[in-house]
Each structure stands twice: as C-alpha cells, then as structure tokens.
Write a protein that binds this ligand. Structure first.
Ligand code: ME8
Length: 547
C-alpha cells in the first residue's frame, strides 16, 4: 500500500472532547463506561480523520457525597479517592480507552485553575456573598428551592411533609448558611441569544428544546460555596468557604487545557473552546445552562457542542426498558458483558445497538444476537473464508494487484464508492450505528460476492487464474476497508486484521485517502489465524446472565 507522507502536525485542527468526570463514590459501571466509549470512538475517528485530538476523562473527587463515602469506609477523603482511581483506570485500560489526559479534581493544577476562576469572577463582579436557605440533595449534589421540591406522600417510611428530591426521590436536607452566589440570573438573555445563534449547541434537539424552555422560565442566582464541610477547594479570598462541587467540577474542562497556568496560554488558545462535551441526559442543565453562563461571566468562549446521550435500561420481563439498579437486582456489571462478548464485542454492541441520543434497552440475548449476526457471521466469517482461500490458492500469500485491478468493474468497487463521505458524516455526528452499517454493508456485499464468483470453481480452471486473483484481491481490499472503517469502534480487531494482511497496524491519519478503493498491493504473506469472533450459543448467554 502506498505510504502517505505524514501531514504537518501543526496544521491539524484541534478536536477537544470530554467525558463527564465521574464521582468517586462508586465503582465504574455500564453507564459510565458507555459515555467513555462514546468519546473514545469519536476521538479515534477524529484522529484518523486528520484532527489533533485531545480526549479528556477523569474523576470528580470533591463534595459531600465523596466525603460521606470516605467516612463510611473509615478513610480520609483523600485516601478514599486515591483508592478508587485504579477501578476506573483499570476498566478504561481494559476497554481500550485512548484518553490523552486523566484529570482528578484534587490535583494541584485543578485547585489553581478553580482559584483563578474565582478571582476572575470577583474581578468581573459576577459573585456576591449572601445567605442560602433551601433544600439539598446529597446524592445528587444539587440544591432545590421550595417550589422545586416534591413532598413524600408516596413514601410510607417518611412523614408526608418531608420533601424528597425531584430528580431521584431521596430525602432532602434543609440547609441554611452563608454562601457566595453566582449571578446566574443575569444570563437568561445572553443564554437565549446564544442558543438562537447556535441551534446545534445541544444535541439531540429534544434536549435543546428542554433546556431552552427551562431558561425561558427564568434563572435564579446560584449558591456556589459551602461552609458546612471542608472537602472542596477553598475560595482564595474567603477560606471558610469551599467551592460547590458542580462549580468545581465543570472547570475541569478548562484546567486540562492549561487554564490558570500562564505557561500554558498557547495550549489554552489552541484547545479552547472544546468541540464536544459528551454527557448523560441527567446532567445537561449543568452543561448547557450553568457552564455556558460561567464561561460568559469569565469572558471565555462557550464549547461548540454538548451531546446528551440517553440511559441504558434493562429489558424487563414485559419486554420494556426499566432503569438498571442494584435494588431491583437487574444491574449488569461490565465484567459480565466482557466475559460474554470480549472487549471488542462489548464496544461494538454498545456503540451500534444503543441508538444515538435515545435510551437503550439492553439484554444478554440481544448482545449475543448482534455479536453473532454482525461480528461472527458477517465480518469474522468473511475474514476467515477470504484469508483461507488466499493462503490456499496463493501459497500462503495474497495475490499481487494486477494492472487495472483498481479500475476494473466489480460489485465490491461499487459498494465502496463514496464510502468515506457517508461514513465520515455519520461518525462525525456520533451516529455510530450508521457508521458501522457502512462497514457491515461492505462485508455483506463481499460474502455475497464469494457465493456469486465461486473462487473454488475458478481455482480449478487454469485459464481463469487472473479472474481468481482479481476476485481474491478484491475481497482482501474490501477487508482492508472494513478494518479501516471499524477501527474507531473495534480498534484491536482492526489492527489484527491489518497484521494478517501484512499491512501497518497503526490507524491511518488520512481517512479519506485510506477509504479510496484499490490500494491493496498484495503479494505479501497472509496469516489465517483463529476465528476473530467465535459464535456464541444459548448456554454462554445463560451463563453470563447468571454470573
Ligand atoms: O454526574 N446510562 O458523575 P456521575 C448511560 N460528577 N449513562 C449513564 C448511566 C446510564 N444508566 N448512568 C450514568 C456526575 N451514566 C458528575 C459529572 S461533569 C463536570 C461532573 C453516565 O459519576 C452519564 O454520562 O454520576 C452520566 O451523565 C454520568 O455517567 C454521571 O456520572
């Protein structure tokens, strides 16, 4: 294959993408892994498509909830958060997460950045000291006003006038204390103007409408410091107060690109604003209302997109989706899915079967169905049949590309026409279902082509030697293309397929060029190897469900 000259790194545009930073009070689960793989797939796609990517993930380590978890485990908050890091780091390594940075909000760079932000807020006049009275949900780390709260008629264990969290239904705590406030109320008009000017800021559209009508309803100033506990970042000018955990957490996106560090001004200028914050639908108000207002107050640009995905739900006995929860006994651990599908199957299932932006009902049966249909029968089978035939008919090698092969008519060439345009549009819009479908359509076309061109018959007829070479070459070229297209979703499999074709295993950084038909030069060894995706049977599914 022709080796493309390396692009000038300095000329690549920046693509900065982030996951939410996860709370350290529980181990990572299918939901947090889902957000992280969504980002990873996009980061890998963008690197291949010629962007200079920064992919950030990390941990949200402050706040009362974390302090409470630490106390419950007899540890200091710092010991507790330190003890949680390996759970996240190990799972991300297992799931092939290619993050470029891992931020922890207890790191000195973040403390400096948040304190700098406070000084900017004070200097620009967007904060004031007052007194806060209201309700606080500890598990959600969120304040509620009297009008927000629901009272607990339905909860038999509590008096009917005891308020519960409107989001999670758990009991609220009454809070009254001195607090610093952020003048969020001043940002109603600037935010609405911003949404009007950037209709694609919040995706999908249903979330855009939700956020817009929330802001139209009016905004109140936000209490952004606490004095009732000290596990947080102190205000540089009022040390009795620590930063409200959400105010602290959102700033992580700035910290990681050098905010507050005069030596990193160039990095900040190159990376900010971020292109995409990926979040679950539970935290869009923080990312689409409070965060843009904070940035406007600080005189900084607002990120280009917030992508809100849905929730993973478990298919209940009635076939409908229900929220996964430990108390219902229907929670699925990442390890159970890994045991059934392997890492690549895990990534493929979640990225292609959960519709972009919508809630997705998951089940072990469905996992096995998708795995068997796409990965085992279509893609894996194509690779093993083709490599076997190539090795058999061409003495352990691939046929060399003959004169005119790249231009010659073939159904595979037709199937691959304009694939870059369709694929890049889908992937860039986070529609990984459609992106993967491009690869699967090619694999299916190739499986059909095998039946129609019957290489085994051509191999028996010496006068058709060139036709045989052309057919096998075309199949290998299609496999190369599928491996390129699937690389963001199943990176290790794509690298393995490239290795079996004697091609470079590093992903391309010129996707458009790599998607052009006819590049496979061949004439090199092929490695037959084991089945990439051995079929799953019903016993394996039953075992995973019981684990
Ligand atoms: O909210 N399905 O952290 P968190 C899909 N620290 N995604 C899910 C999910 C599910 N069932 N459950 C959780 C926080 N998620 C804050 C964020 S950012 C500045 C601070 C994912 O540990 C989803 O992305 O509670 C959700 O937004 C995130 O985990 C919440 O993670």
């Amino acid at each position: 294959m022709a080796i493309e000259p390396a692009k000038d790194a300095a000329a690549k545009p920046s693509y900065y993408i982030t996951t939410p930073i996860y709370y350290c009070n529980a181990k990572p689960h299918l939901g947090t892994a889902y957000s992280t793989i969504v980002c990873d797939t996009q980061a890998r796609f963008r690197r291949m498509d010629g962007y200079d990517v920064k992919f950030l993930t990390g941990l949200d380590e402050h706040g009362q909830k974390v302090a409470d978890s630490a106390a419950a485990h007899g540890m200091t908050p710092q010991q507790w958060v330190d003890s949680m890091v390996p759970d996240f780091a190990d799972l991300w390594r297992t799931l092939e997460i290619s993050n470029d940075d891992f931020i922890r909000t207890t790191q000195p760079r973040h403390v400096r950045s948040v304190q700098h932000f406070w000084e900017v807020m004070r200097d620009r006049g967007y904060i004031y000291k007052g007194s806060y009275e209201g309700w606080y949900c500890v598990p959600e780390e969120t304040y509620f006003t009297e009008t927000d709260v629901r009272h607990a008629e339905a909860n038999k264990d509590r008096p009917a006038d005891a308020p519960v969290c409107p989001d999670c239904g758990r009991p609220l705590e009454r809070i009254s204390e001195e607090s610093w406030f952020f003048k969020l109320s001043e940002f109603q008009k600037p935010l609405l103007d911003f949404y009007d000017a950037h209709p694609d800021f919040i995706q999908p559209e249903i979330r855009y409408n939700e956020v817009r009508s929330f802001v139209e309803g009016g905004l109140k100033d936000l209490s952004v410091t606490r004095t009732s506990f000290d596990w947080g970042i102190p205000l540089p000018f009022d040390q009795r107060h620590v930063t409200y955990v959400w105010f602290d957490a959102l700033i992580n996106y700035l910290t990681a690109v050098g905010y507050g560090d005069p030596e990193k001004a160039d990095e900040l200028a190159f990376r900010w604003p971020a292109q995409t914050h990926v979040v679950g639908k539970d935290i869009i108000r923080f990312h689409c209302v409070i965060w843009p207002a904070m940035l406007m107050a600080a005189g900084l640009a607002v990120p280009e997109h917030v992508l809100a995905h849905g929730f993973l739900l478990v298919r209940g006995a009635d076939g409908r989706g229900e929220k996964m929860s430990k108390s219902r006994g229907n929670a699925i651990a990442p390890q159970q899915v890994l045991d059934l599908l392997g890492v690549e199957g895990y990534r493929y299932y979640f990225m292609t079967d959960v519709a972009h932006g919508a809630d997705g009902a998951i089940s072990f049966e469905r996992m096995a169905q998708v795995y068997n249909a796409d990965l085992a029968n279509s893609w894996g089978n194509l690779v093993s049949r083709t490599l076997n035939m190539s090795a058999k008919y061409f003495d352990g090698a691939s046929p060399a590309r003959g004169d005119g092969y790249a231009e010659r008519e073939s159904p595979l060439r037709d199937a691959a026409a304009d694939v870059y345009e369709r694929y890049a549009k889908a992937m860039g819009a986070f529609d990984y279902q459609a992106g993967a479908r491009e690869a699967m359509a090619l694999a299916e076309a190739a499986n059909l082509y095998i039946e129609q061109s019957a290489p085994w018959a051509l191999a028996k007829d010496p006068s058709r030697a060139d036709d045989l070479a052309f057919v096998i070459w075309g199949l290998l070229e299609t496999i190369r293309l599928c491996a390129v297209l699937l690389a963001p979703i199943t990176p290790a499999t794509s690298a393995e397929v490239m290795r079996r074709l004697s091609l470079p295993t590093e992903p391309t950084d010129d996707l458009r060029a790599a998607c052009a038909w006819g590049q496979f030069e061949g004439g090199s060894p092929v490695v037959k190897g084991d089945a990439l995706f051995p079929r799953l049977d019903a016993d394996a599914v039953a075992a995973a469900a019981q684990a």
